[in-house]
Design a protein around this ligand. Sequence first.
Ligand code: DGL
Length: 293
Amino acid sequence: MSAPSHVPASRPIGVFDSGLGGLTVLQAIQERLPAENTVYFGDTGRTPYGTKSPETIIKYSQQISRFLLEQNVKMIVIACNTASATAFEAVRDAVDVPVIEVITPGAEAAATATQNDHIGIIGTRGTVNSGVYVRAVRKAIGKRLALAACCLNNPHQDATKVQILQQACPLFVGLAEEGWWDHPITQAVATEYLKPLQDAHVDTLILGCTHYPLLAKSIADVMGPEVKLINAGNNVATEVEAVLQKNGLLNLSNNHATHAYFTSDDAAQFQQLGSAFLNRPVQAAGRVDIERY
Ligand code: DGL
């Protein structure tokens, strides 16, 4: 499945997640960059990551990166918020290809979208406890305010008015994997989790876990139509394109792109559930003993 190494741009983009959620990011990448070959690894045998220690998440992410490098990837996309929040630096420092995380694109999209500067973040416990999103949103807001003060000649915005509220929603991952995307139980759980964010009048909500876009309808029903939901998939795809372009790695061929899928657990189940997450058939999947890496 690996592309010839003497044609760097035809090498695949490697994408990984703790399980199936990263397929929502892969879908956006495949749609934006249809000529790109891709290799996806979903760690369904060791999911969830959201409840695990940083040391474990770093070890898992490094193992997967070694597997992806063996597939001759030209870039690694960490399509898992929990792994992005915990293991980005460890992966970036260990590999010699560009590494993309999913936190910054979502934070920047939220900083641009908010009108009242009340931003909500939902994610796994691991992501929320890391505080990475709060720092990324503050940085993105700072950039926006600096731009408004200097270039848009609007010095009146005030960074101290920005409110950022986080909420861990651990049950959402199971509900997404169960296929209960628009289901009364999901509505009930969402109503409970999202109440503090409603009370804080957030007008922008970051879906800070790659499983959550699948529950977008239930989340939107609870939050109301005026609250913007940020699904970073498209922003990540834009970032992937920009980094490939900058490094001269964009695949400009007209060949039919190939997409390979690997999992650390049952391949047939990955194919079946993965097709629903990806919104197109996962034709074949291979099982990998990831502990070997
Ligand atoms: N896909 C993971 C994320 O984006 C969540 C699932 C898990 O806990 O492993 O954070």
